[in-house]
Ligand binder design. Structure first.
Ligand code: PHE
Length: 330
C-alpha cells in the first residue's frame, strides 16, 4: 500500500485548514496556487504515481481527484464569503449619513454691471428703444472722425486711447456704435448701444475698461424737450419717483447743444450721471441721412457709475475683482 494515500490526506487536510483560516482573497489565492497549481503540492504527489502498484494507481488518482474537488469547493465557498465581507466593509465605509446638515449650495448670479445694464435696457425699452451692438476693436474713423472728433482735436485727449494698430483702436465710447448703426440702417432710429469701452486711465474711479450705454433717437421732429422727457422718465424709474434732473450746458463734439445731466440726490444734492445733447448735423452727414431733415438726440452714461450710485459702492475696482464676498450682495 503506497504511502501516497496518507500524503494526499495530509495535503488535503492542511489545505482545507488553510482555506478556512484565510482572512482575505489574496491569501486564499496563495493557498490555491500552493495546492492546486502546476507546481502545487497535489501535482508533486502525483509525480510519484509511477512507483505505485498498477492496482493502487487508479485508486490514488481517484483519491487525488476527490481531494481536488473538495479543495475547489472549499475555495469557492470561502471566496464567496470573503467577497461578501469585503463588500460589507466597503458599504459601511461609504455609508452616507443623510441626517447631516448640507454644505449649502452656491447659486450663481448676474454681475452688478450686467444687472444694471439689463435694468437700464428694460426701463428705456419701454419707450421703444431697440438694442444695437458693435465691435470693441473699432476703426479710428468710426470712433473719432465720424462722430465729429477730427484728428488733432483736443477732445481726443479727453479719452486717452489704446491703439491696436494704424487706424484701429479699442473703442473709447459707445458713440462708435451709434455711428455704426446709423450708417447701417435707415432712419428713424431709436436704439440703445451698450458695451465695454476702453481708456488708458486707472484709479478708484477710473478703470481702463468700463461699460457705457448710449441712447440715440432720430426722427423727423425730435427736440430737446423730448430728450428731457426721456431722461426724466429714466431718472425716476431708476432712482425713485421723486428724482429730478438738471441739465448743465457742456461740450461733446457729437452733439450741439450738449449738456451734462445731474440727478437730485437726497436734499440739495446733485450727482452727474450722463452726457447728452442734440445730434450734431455733421453726424447725419457722416451717416448719409438727408441734410436738414433728420433730427435727434443722444445720451451716454457709464454703467458702473449708475451701479455704484444704486448700491452705494465707493470703489470702482470692486467691480472687477471677482470677490465673491462683494458679489454675493447683489
Ligand atoms: N460719448 C460720451 C462720453 O463717452 C457720452 C455722450 C454720449 C455724450 C452721447 C453726449 C451724447 O463721455
Amino acid at each position: 500500500m503506497s504511502n501516497l494515500f496518507s500524503q494526499l490526506d495530509g495535503i488535503g487536510a492542511k489545505a482545507l485548514e488553510q482555506i478556512e483560516g484565510a482572512s482575505d482573497l489574496a491569501t486564499l489565492e496563495l493557498v490555491r496556487v500552493s495546492v492546486l497549481g502546476k507546481k502545487g503540492a497535489l501535482s508533486e504527489v502525483l509525480k510519484g504515481l509511477g512507483s505505485a502498484s498498477a492496482e493502487d494507481r487508479p485508486k490514488i488518482g481517484a483519491a487525488a481527484n476527490d481531494w481536488k474537488r473538495k479543495i475547489e469547493e472549499a475555495l469557492e465557498k470561502k471566496k464567496g464569503g470573503l467577497e461578501d465581507q469585503a463588500l460589507e466593509t466597503r458599504l459601511a465605509s461609504e455609508r452616507i449619513d443623510i441626517s447631516l446638515p448640507s454644505r449649502g449650495l452656491h447659486k450663481g448670479a448676474l454681475h452688478p454691471i450686467t444687472q444694471t445694464t439689463r435694468r437700464i435696457i428694460q426701463t428705456l425699452g419701454r419707450l421703444g428703444f431697440d438694442i444695437a451692438t458693435g465691435p470693441e476693436v473699432e476703426t479710428e474713423f468710426l470712433n473719432f472722425e465720424a462722430v465729429n472728433i477730427p484728428k488733432d482735436h483736443p477732445a481726443r485727449d479727453m479719452q486717452d486711447t489704446f491703439f491696436m494698430g494704424p487706424g484701429v483702436v479699442l473703442r473709447t465710447h459707445t458713440s462708435a456704435i451709434q455711428m455704426r448703426a446709423m450708417r447701417n440702417q435707415k432712419w428713424p432710429v431709436r436704439i440703445l448701444c451698450p458695451g465695454a469701452v476702453y481708456r488708458c486711465d486707472s484709479d478708484a474711479t477710473h478703470s481702463p475698461m468700463f461699460h457705457q450705454i448710449e441712447g440715440l433717437w432720430v426722427d423727423k421732429k425730435v427736440s430737446m424737450s423730448d430728450l428731457v422727457g426721456v431722461l426724466e422718465f429714466f431718472a425716476k424709474e431708476m432712482f425713485g419717483s421723486s428724482t429730478k434732473i438738471r441739465l448743465r450746458p457742456s461740450f461733446f463734439p457729437f452733439v450741439e447743444p450738449g449738456a451734462e445731466v445731474d440727478v437730485s440726490w437726497g436734499k440739495d444734492r446733485w450727482l452727474e450721471v450722463l452726457g447728452a445733447g442734440m445730434v450734431h448735423p455733421r453726424l447725419f452727414e457722416m451717416a448719409g441721412y438727408p441734410a436738414g431733415e433728420a433730427q435727434g438726440f443722444a445720451f451716454g452714461m457709464g454703467i458702473e457709475r449708475i451701479a455704484m450710485l444704486l448700491h452705494g459702492i465707493d470703489d470702482l475696482r470692486l467691480m472687477y475683482q471677482g470677490d465673491v464676498r462683494f458679489l454675493k450682495q447683489f
